[in-house]
Design a protein around this ligand. Structure first.
Ligand code: PLP
Length: 407
């Protein structure tokens, strides 16, 4: 559809949708191309070509493990974070189905703000007899420890929580939850697997698998400048999961299927570069986000979501993600006009595109449907500039009165 409003002419497109996919870093593109041309062997083959490919695979594993403060043997490559999340859930199902008949239903606890890849897969387990309990966040988008404590019981087998919410940027208290779960496990004598989706944290915030205290972590390449087609499950030593795919036994039997070596090596190179510059990137992102928030608050009828974002301490929200609402303008309408003007933003998770208009995450935070429906997500990256954000603000200020009139 052709849009009618003409606003400031933008020379070069402005990309504010890094949480959906980050531009590929040159170091990652070069690594992928080099591997594709030079290391075509199958890492499982025992001839020289295979051995050379295997060496690159293991070097990438070591590099990624270092980036996450994990051990090399704790890194299992997958095709995506979606797959890493599924492995954990599929394992819970496989263990349940293979155990002797139980009278009680196993319980899984997740939050209501999880990404679709964890949410949908968990909900699908209901029909196999799992009891799914959900944690509602507060109005600030952060899940509370008390409710988690209330939901843990002797039947609990798995808790799945994200570290950084992909729509609001809210940082969840994962280390505290891990301690709570550990204490419960200790007193009840029941082992509970604690899985964390760290997709929006890895490469942007400090992240140490060793310190977080979780049993497993899902990460993805294309969110930090790697290529699509690579992700990883970081799994604590001595924690045993059953595989989602069976076959050639790659990835220590947990993930059969020939490894996507080019994307995996590119992933480790991109992660390494992001980690090297993490401190300066983070300081810059905090500065840019603070400026953006301050300037957005001066535009009438623009609401920060959650409102707490305006004065929140820096460690409660990722400085790379911000959601704002401009009621009564539907988020999708604003997104299309911004796109036409040369600016890419999203109306929430890219994985929700083409689905119903309902925003599960924002509504779980208690937002009215109209406010939630008018939300757009702005997500920045280490290469975003203040100038780009100022142009976005200028275009937004131009567009809002016009869109309000026609809404
Ligand atoms: N988890 C979160 C929090 C995400 O933001 C995303 C992607 O948007 C995913 C999981 C899925 O990642 P992938 O695209 O690697 O499957």
């Amino acid at each position: 559809m052709k849009l009618m409003f003409k606003t400031k002419k933008i020379e070069r497109r402005i990309y504010l949708d890094w949480a959906a996919a980050a531009p590929v870093l040159p170091v990652a593109a070069q690594a992928a191309s080099h591997i594709t041309e030079e290391f075509f062997g199958n890492p499982s083959s025992i001839h020289q070509e295979g051995r050379l490919a295997k060496e690159r695979l293991e070097a990438a594993r070591s590099l990624l493990a270092d980036c996450l403060a994990a051990e090399r043997s704790e890194v299992y490559f997958t095709s995506s974070a979606t797959e890493a999340n599924q492995i954990v859930l599929a394992s819970a199902l496989a263990k349940f189905l293979s155990s002797p008949r139980q009278s009680k239903r196993p319980r899984i606890i997740i939050s209501e703000i999880e990404h679709a890849s964890l949410w949908e897969a968990t909900m699908a387990l209901k029909r196999f007899g799992f009891e799914i309990m959900t944690l509602r966040p507060g109005a600030d988008g952060i899940v509370g420890l008390e409710r988690l404590g209330d939901l843990l019981n002797e039947e609990t087998v798995l808790v799945g929580l994200m570290l950084v919410n992909n729509e609001t940027g809210a940082i969840q208290p994962i280390a505290d939850c891990a301690q709570l779960i550990k204490d419960f496990s200790h007193t009840s004598g029941r082992k509970i697997h604690f899985h964390c989706d760290a997709v929006q944290a890895f490469g942007r915030l400090y992240l140490s698998f060793a310190e977080l205290g979780v049993d497993s972590l899902a990460v993805s390449a294309h969110k930090l400048g790697g290529l699509r087609g690579a992700g990883a499950l970081i799994l604590k030593k001595r924690v045993h999961l059953l595989p989602l795919f069976r076959g050639g036994g790659q990835e220590s039997g947990l993930r059969s299927g020939t490894e996507n070596l080019a994307s995996i090596v590119a992933f480790s190179e991109a992660a390494c570069l992001r980690l090297k510059n993490l401190e300066s990137s983070l300081a810059k992102a905090h500065f840019l986000m603070q400026e953006l928030v301050t300037k957005l608050m001066k535009i009438s009828d623009v609401y920060l979501i959650p409102q707490a974002r305006a004065e929140a301490k820096a460690d409660l929200f990722s400085p790379y993600i911000l959601t704002v609402a401009t009621p009564p303008i539907p988020g999708e309408v604003l997104q299309r006009h911004l796109d036409e003007a040369g600016i890419a933003v999203s109306t929430g998770s890219a994985c929700r595109t083409n689905k119903s208009q309902k925003n599960r995450v924002l509504e779980a935070m208690g937002l009215e449907a109209q406010l939630a429906g008018s939300a757009i997500r702005l997500s920045i990256g280490p290469e975003t500039t203040n100038e780009e954000l100022d142009i976005f603000l200028e275009v937004l200020t131009d567009l809002l009165p016009y869109l309000k009139k026609i809404s």
